[in-house]
Design a protein around this ligand. Structure first.
Ligand code: ADQ
Length: 472
């Protein structure tokens, strides 16, 4: 049996259960097959400690049958690869935010340098029949760098964030280089059909790739299989967490605390793609237009700190704090605070209890690859009395979950009236929507995602072996 090698920018220890959907899924697959997980250690080395750009000390740890291997980055590489190109160019552009992109010419060199570093460190550890699965926008050119070092293994890539249409992609200096790099993979996976269709449009019009049918494209002397593989959650894990003591205790505490009120909940990383200010404005509109919601609805918004060293992130923090303050100042009463905003991460074991105690979840990103919170909320509900999911039509999840109340987060009034509809929804309709949503979430869970992607990769035709790969 082939060994699985997973590569992602950050790793999680598979022995720790509180790691989150993706990490749990990958950890489980890796634990079954035995395998190697490779990525950045999270450690930045200063020049004075020998942190020369393009070099990095390696760390190895055995976690059961899984070998975790990580590499340190120099300050210079971290700045240009991680803060610069990955999060200052690719993240905003892939989320359709050209206005926030910083196209500093120096970043791309750092991005390439770190991908070369990863390839150099990983290649000697690879076996001939390994299956390699590379994750996300930080590592798009990694397969090309591995191929340049003579690696002929099957390599798959999964993009966790959206892929924008060709015209937006074309704003990135070097966009053709990036997409060409995708042809070094055997399989390229996207979250949604619309991301996949953007890829097809791009390779057809910009790269003049030949359409071989059934998702296969030929260009640059390579054939790649592309498709949509929407990521899911571990539904059983969520059910277990909901029933576990910490989940129950959280549920009961919230129910006690808010016994007279309906709870709305938002759980996000504090990121401009998540539409948090727009969500607050919609909630303010709800309060302004529906006096009966005063004293009867409370929004709990938890926003975990994220990428605080990227400037666009501190701007969103201040905007959100100011909106929450003004809503509470204008609408709050001595015994009612409309918004409870917390800038922190909540322990994973407590999330299901919080979701279950809430009547409505607000998942309203301006753009999102998938959004797992939407699925976690549904999985945590009481089937007899389920809450309502208000979901942005711009989240990848909307394609799979049309039975949610779909909203346009840019439309403040429309979103406010959908939130009101969610608060008023009769039990029968809530149940019908919940059952349909739950069916999809259960069918397309995280195991389906892993199995389908890895099956596709195992079956991908290895006809390119020996073909010289066009150097980047
Ligand atoms: P993210 O942008 O991080 O992921 P999301 O899919 O919502 O977005 O996943 C976040 C995870 O972190 C969830 O499991 C959630 O429970 C947890 N989380 C978020 N805020 C938290 C908080 N304050 N406290 C505790 N836990 C919190 C990227 C893409 C998404 C895609 C995923 C997976 O941007 O579109 O769905 O990868 O592919």
């Amino acid at each position: 049996m082939s060994r699985l090698v997973v590569v992602s920018n950050r790793l999680a220890d598979p022995r720790k259960t509180a790691a989150g959907g993706l990490a749990v899924a990958l950890a489980e697959v890796l634990s079954n097959t035995g395998g190697l997980w490779f990525g950045w250690s999270g450690k930045i080395v200063e020049a004075a400690d020998g942190g020369v750009a393009g070099e990095g000390a390696m760390h190895t740890q055995q976690a059961g049958p899984v070998k975790l291997v990580t590499v340190d980055l120099s300050r210079e590489d971290h700045n240009s690869f991680y803060l610069g190109y990955s999060n200052g160019v690719l993240w905003p552009v892939f989320h359709y935010r050209l206005d926030l992109a910083d196209f500093d010419a120096g970043y791309i060199a750092g991005y390439r340098r770190v991908n070369q570093l990863f390839a150099r460190k990983l290649a000697p550890m690879l076996r001939e029949d390994d299956i390699i699965w590379i994750h996300d926008y930080h590592l798009i050119p990694l397969a090309a760098e591995l191929r340049a070092l003579g690696c002929n293994q099957r390599i798959g890539f999964f993009l966790h964030i959206p892929l924008p249409p060709p015209l937006i992609l074309a704003a990135i200096p070097g966009h053709d280089w990036l997409i060409r790099a995708l042809f070094a993979y055997d399989v390229v996976g996207f979250q949604s059909k619309s991301d996949h269709s953007h890829f097809c449009e791009y390779v057809q019009t910009e790269a003049h790739a030949q359409n071989l049918g059934e998702g296969r494209w030929r260009a640059f002397n390579r054939t790649v299989q592309a498709g949509a593989f929407p990521i899911g959650i571990d539904v059983d894990e969520f059910n277990t967490l909901t029933e576990a003591p910490e989940g129950r205790e959280m549920y009961e505490r919230m129910k006690r605390e808010y016994s007279r009120r309906k709870l709305l909940v938002g759980v996000d990383r504090l990121d401009y793609s998540k539409g948090l200010p727009q969500r607050m404005r919609a909630f303010r509109e709800l309060l302004a237009r529906n006096p009966e919601t005063h004293n009867s609805a409370t929004l709990i918004q938890i926003a975990s700190p994220s990428r605080e060293d990227v400037s666009a992130y501190s701007d969103i923090l201040h905007e959100l704090e100011s909106l929450c303050g003004s809503i509470n100042g204008n609408f709050g009463e001595l015994d009612w605070m409309p918004v409870r905003y917390m800038h922190r991460t909540v322990a994973r074991a407590r999330l299901p209890g919080l979701y279950r105690a809430s009547s409505v979840a607000l998942v309203t990103p301006l753009r999102d690859g998938m959004n797992l919170v939407a699925k976690e909320f549904i999985a945590s509900q009481n089937p007899e009395n389920p809450g309502v999911l208000v979901l942005s039509r711009f989240a990848g999840a909307a394609e799979q979950l049309p039975e949610a109340l779909l909203v346009n987060p840019y439309d403040t009034e429309g979103t406010a009236s959908s939130i009101n509809m969610a608060l008023q929804m009769p039990l029968e309709e809530r149940r019908e929507r919940y059952e349909a949503l739950m069916k999809t979430i259960r069918r397309y869970d995280v195991h389906w995602w892993c199995d389908t992607f890895l099956d596709t990769l195992a079956k991908a035709k290895a006809e390119e072996t020996g073909t010289p790969w066009l150097r980047l």
